[in-house]
Ligand binder design. Structure first.
Ligand SMILES: [Zn+2]
Length: 325
């Protein structure tokens, strides 16, 4: 009896010590730049997936497995289901019907077999997590070259080249990726043009002599027409188009606004001659997003660059941030 009490005391003590430290582990993990998947954050729900799988062969009734293991291994259920649909001809291939292998998993002795489809689904998701998601391959575009290389020896008829098209087709039906699979940013900015020529600095003040508001809420780089404009950091394009008056971007001409989640900031690139990105496009730091021009309220070719604390304003001086002072 005494022994039991001592053991219970040790267990309780260990839980008190271990549980909070595990929680800290999870929290700090959550802060990283890696893919953040949540089985509940996307447009796909377990019940909407169940309805989708109603006419998908052997997958009917398995929505809960995709959500359970998607959550366990931090893999987007929409991504998994799209790949399954593509690999199994909507749940009808021999591999999935006879061998419960939903993802085309191959070993040395050919395709794997599983006792139940639930086990096959878990194995596939665990594999995706370990060999792809955790290595930063989180979209069909980045997964395809490794998962299903075009020209592979096991693909003599060249079906692999269709993989990306079919996976994206099913992903579209499922409402797209539900994970935040874009890098949230490095947290620092690069100068958005090579060989920068600053022609006008940031000012936001009332002239003490004239009393006139002198406001230039960005940095101007006088560059030749057609100079490449670079994304200052990774992010998502939240506006790309001509800034019509009343749009909130009047005067900027052809303009791009990029959201940088890590910094909770936005960068703006105005007066472009050519826009090379679209709304909702993910961009990488240094990616060419457009070309210098003189569109909108501009007197000559230049890039007007802003760093914003809010989407529609709260500009700060980019010069010290870019090391241009
Ligand atoms: Zn300007």
């Amino acid at each position: 009896m005494k022994k039991m009490i001592i053991i219970s005391a040790i267990v309780i003590l260990l839980s008190i010590i271990l549980i909070p430290s595990m929680a800290i582990l999870f929290l700090s993990n959550d802060d990283s730049d890696s893919v953040k998947c949540s089985a509940v954050s996307g447009t796909l729900t377990e019940s909407s997936l169940e309805a989708y799988l109603e006419d998908k062969g052997v997958f009917k009734g398995h929505a809960k497995d995709f959500f359970e293991y998607g959550s366990k291994y931090d893999v987007d259920p929409a991504l998994v289901v799209a790949i399954c649909m593509s690999e199994t001809g909507r749940g009808t291939s021999a591999a999935v019907v006879k061998r419960n292998n939903p993802g085309g998993l191959m070993g040395n002795g050919g395709g794997f077999s599983f006792d139940t489809l639930k086990q096959g689904i878990e194995a596939m998701i665990e594999n995706l997590s370990r060999n792809y998601i955790k290595m930063g391959l989180t979209t069909p575009e980045t997964i395809q070259p490794k998962y299903c290389p075009v020209g592979a020896s096991n693909d003599p008829t060249g079906l692999n080249s269709n993989w990306l098209i079919t996976v994206n087709f099913f992903l579209d039906e499922l409402g797209g990726l539900s994970c935040e699979s874009v890098a949230s940013g490095t947290g620092s900015y690069i100068i958005p043009v090579k060989n920068p020529q600053v022609s006008s600095g940031f000012s936001d003040r009332v002239n003490p002599v004239t009393g006139i508001q002198e406001s230039h809420k960005g940095l101007d780089f006088a560059q030749q027409i057609g100079t490449e404009i670079l994304a200052a950091d990774d992010g998502i394009v939240v506006f790309s188009g001509y800034g019509a008056s009343g749009s909130g971007f009047g005067g900027y001409g052809n303009v791009v606004l990029i959201e940088h989640k890590k910094n909770k900031e936005w960068t703006l690139y105005g007066h472009q001659s050519m826009l090379l990105v679209k709304n909702n496009q993910k961009v990488k730091q240094g990616q060419v997003i457009g070309k210098v021009g003189s569109t909108g309220q501009s007197t000559g070719p230049h890039l007007h660059f802003e760093i914003r604390k809010e989407k529609m304003g709260a500009q700060v001086d980019p010069a010290p941030i870019l090391g241009l002072n």
